[in-house]
Design a protein around this ligand. Structure first.
Ligand code: MF3
Ligand code: CO
Length: 249
């Protein structure tokens, strides 16, 4: 089902998004070589609960943690663990907050210590693809236009979008319609409407886009071990224009 949100609902989601922004800002200050992803998860959960909110992911289809922490060739849904982050890694941090009966969702990919120029470019161009798509999130455009914008930008840099996962509507449920593929498809020619709240999330591989799900039942990884980047904002369409609710990037 697709649900258009009222001004009151969007106001609640702004507040939830502010909490989520604080989570990301706090987690990033602790990201450095030698910290474990489980420690980052604990920090995130504490910030969320201190604001009388609930981690959206914990318990979602049995997912065991507050964050998804996906390192290097891990694409998404990496489970926080006793892995010690090391210099040269890249880490995708994905988090959802449930506040006043509404979810918001946001991701960031950050360097650990010094990373190669090649990786820096992967991160900056994936983030750029997200912002280019957000600019297109107006009532003049369709859901397909978002995916078209993302894939076109990513192809220009000889990277590949991961097609198995994409963005989504969000609100009372973490995942609502419409699904937002990160590539153009004629199945998504629906017009963007005022009151839509969308989580837009390009997921990009530096190399080949082929993936598999790891033995823990969650962690998605690239087959060729290419590093991947993932950025996500929750946005609302108001007065025909996008408003970015999450402010972590
Ligand atoms: N952040 C993911 C998304 O954007 C959802 C994580 S799945 C979960 O759709 F199980 F970890 F919650
Ligand atoms: Co999402």
């Amino acid at each position: 089902m697709m649900f258009l949100k009222t001004a009151e609902e969007i106001e609640l989601m702004r507040k939830g998004a502010d909490i989520l922004t604080q989570v990301h800002k706090e987690v990033v200050t602790h990201v450095k070589p030698g910290i474990t992803t489980a420690e980052l998860d604990k920090i995130a959960e504490t910030v969320i609960r201190d604001h009388n909110a609930i981690p959206s992911f914990k318990g979602y289809n049995g997912y065991p943690a507050t964050l998804c922490t996906s390192v290097n060739e891990q694409v998404i849904h990496g489970i926080p663990s006793h892995y010690y982050l090391k210099d040269g890694d890249i880490l995708s941090i994905d988090c959802g907050v449930y506040y006043q009966k509404h979810h918001t969702d946001a991701a960031n990919t950050v360097p650990i210590g010094n990373i190669s120029k090649e990786l820096l470019n992967l991160l900056s161009q994936t983030k750029e693809a997200l912002y280019l798509a957000i600019e297109k999130a107006t009532t003049q455009h369709t859901i397909e236009d978002l995916g078209h914008t993302i894939e076109q930008h990513i192809k220009k840099h000889n990277y590949h979008v991961i097609k198995e996962y994409g963005g989504h509507g969000i609100g009372k449920h973490l995942h609502e319609e419409p699904h937002i593929p990160n590539y153009p498809t004629t199945q998504h020619q629906e017009k963007i409407k005022n009151g839509m709240v969308l989580a837009i999330e390009p997921i990009v591989s530096l190399g080949q886009p082929d993936i598999y799900e790891g033995s823990d039942g969650w962690t998605v990884q690239t087959k060729d071990l290419s590093p991947t980047a993932h950025y996500e904002h929750t946005i609302a369409i108001i007065n025909n224009q996008p408003e970015i609710l999450t402010k972590h990037l």
